[in-house]
Design a binder for this molecule. Structure first.
Ligand SMILES: *[C@@H]1O[C@H](CO)[C@@H](O)[C@H](O)[C@H]1NC(C)=O
Length: 184
């Protein structure tokens, strides 16, 4: 009798588990789909194929630090000198975040731009950052202009390096979070 009861209980457990599993898979799929829709929506809304990028080098310090997150917008109006843009050179994968230092029009009316990293001694033409023989950047190279930034990762890293006490505080905060989430 006891044995049968135990069997029934474990059977019920097995039946319940697949349902829970299915529920969790469904939940994950919903989250993934929402994220995807949000991303597609952002792409349409901003006109940029990559509306959020991470700064990968220190060439724009102190405006942006490595690890900062940038929000882009690729509106049609010409970009002005002084604006910060993200561009991609043909044949290279990594997007570059630099400032427009000169703007021009080509003979056929195409907008043309010269960029430079704030922290670099030379502009990107002299610095040979462009493709071979390339003199100007065109709009088709641009992922967009920077319209906002989340200086989180980059600045947190710097803070941690400059103020060792910040590390202690951060670890303490993380410990508190773990404890409170276990209790909650
Ligand atoms: C204008 O000229 C540039 C440089 O020769 C070229 O890359 C670009 O595709 C041209 N644009 C148009 C719209 O013809």
């Amino acid at each position: 009798m006891h044995y049968v009861k135990r069997e029934l209980q474990s059977l019920r457990g097995l039946l319940r588990q697949p349902r829970q599993l299915a529920f969790q898979v469904l939940n994950l799929a919903m989250i993934a789909m929402s994220a995807l829709m949000l991303w597609r929506g952002l792409i349409v809304f901003t006109g940029s194929e990559s509306p959020i990028v991470v700064v990968l080098s220190g060439s724009m310090e102190p405006a942006f630090y490595k690890g900062d997150i940038l929000f882009l917008n690729n509106d049609p109006p010409p970009i002005e000198v002084g604006e910060i843009v993200v561009f991609k050179i043909e044949g290279k994968d990594v997007p570059i975040v630099h400032r427009i230092v000169e703007s021009n029009f080509l003979a056929n009316g195409t907008e043309a731009y010269l960029t430079k990293g704030d922290n670099n001694p030379m502009d990107d033409r002299q610095g040979m950052l462009y493709a071979e023989g390339q003199v100007w950047l065109q709009r088709r190279h641009m992922l967009g202009r920077a319209v906002g930034a989340l200086p989180f990762v980059g600045h947190v890293t710097i803070l941690l390096n400059e103020y060792p006490a910040a590390k202690v505080i951060l670890v303490g905060l993380m410990g508190l979070l773990v404890i409170s989430s276990k209790e909650g």
